[in-house]
Ligand binder design. Structure first.
Ligand code: ATP
Length: 227
């Protein structure tokens, strides 16, 4: 599903952001990526989205070698990978329904499919009744649920979450994490980059710990090791 072979990424002179990283994540896994600031977590996410190219090494996602992918295939590839960020990144001038429908309109999905799928996915994230609300009218937790719905509406088989609870209080953080777990149980491979020690320690999933661009630990049912 996701394989990195000897992947390095250097931005400029000095220490590489990723240094000879090899890693395999199977279909259906739930993985936390943890590590102190600057350890290379966001770089890893950007490489997986093909927003960055590695300096060396091979990255394979869904049986596709990202280094060999034709440029015109990249947008379609990215749509097959759901992604959520700490800052939600919703369209401020569109309501909840339109924020989620937008991802479908871009790929010219017929309106009848949109009308079916958007309410389905909003129900999954517990926001069916707020479909007319605008992002400013929602709590942080609700906004992140809209972002999750948008990430999932095209039915990706991988979901990347970069600090999804970074702007949320403990209660909302837990709810978002439970949703991610449910999404994983429905078959989606989920990667969560996080600094949230309590959550990592309580979920007992695979934990990959990075330090200065290398993987220093990779444990099934692991815990949070860094400061
Ligand atoms: N665009 C860039 N140009 C130059 N250096 C960069 C760039 N992006 C990241 N870096 C450097 O690469 C290293 C890894 O950064 P990265 O953002 O991947 O870390 P991170 O683990 O995601 O950190 P955080 O937890 O703070 O988000 C850091 O030393 C950082 O300064």
């Amino acid at each position: 599903m996701i394989t990195l072979e000897n992947v390095s990424k250097s931005y400029a002179k000095g220490q590489p952001a990723l240094n000879d990283v090899s890693l395999h994540i199977d279909k259906g896994e739930f993985v936390f990526i943890v590590g102190n600031s600057g350890s290379g977590k966001s770089t890893l996410i950007k490489l997986l989205l093909k927003e960055l190219e590695p300096t060396s090494g091979t990255i394979i996602v869904n049986d596709q070698d990202l280094g060999k992918m034709k440029r015109r295939k990249v947008p379609k590839y990215r749509r097959g990978v759901g992604v959520v960020f700490q800052d939600f990144r919703l369209l401020k001038d569109r309501n909840v329904y339109e924020n989620v429908a937008f991802a479908q309109r871009v790929i010219e999905r017929p309106n009848r499919v949109i009308k079916k799928r958007v309410p389905e996915i909003l129900t999954l994230v517990g926001l069916a009744e707020k479909y007319k609300s605008f992002p400013r009218e929602l709590s942080g937790g609700e906004q992140q649920r809209v972002a999750l719905a948008r990430a999932l509406v095209n039915r990706p088989n991988i979901l990347l979450a970069d600090e999804p609870t970074g702007n949320l209080d403990p209660k909302n953080s837990l709810e978002i994490m439970k949703l991610l777990e449910e999404i994983n149980e429905r078959g989606t491979t989920v990667l969560v980059v996080t600094h949230n020690r309590e959550i990592v320690n309580s979920f007992r999933k695979r934990v990959i710990t990075m330090r200065k661009g290398v993987i220093v630990s990779d444990e099934e049912e692991g815990g949070y090791l860094e400061d």
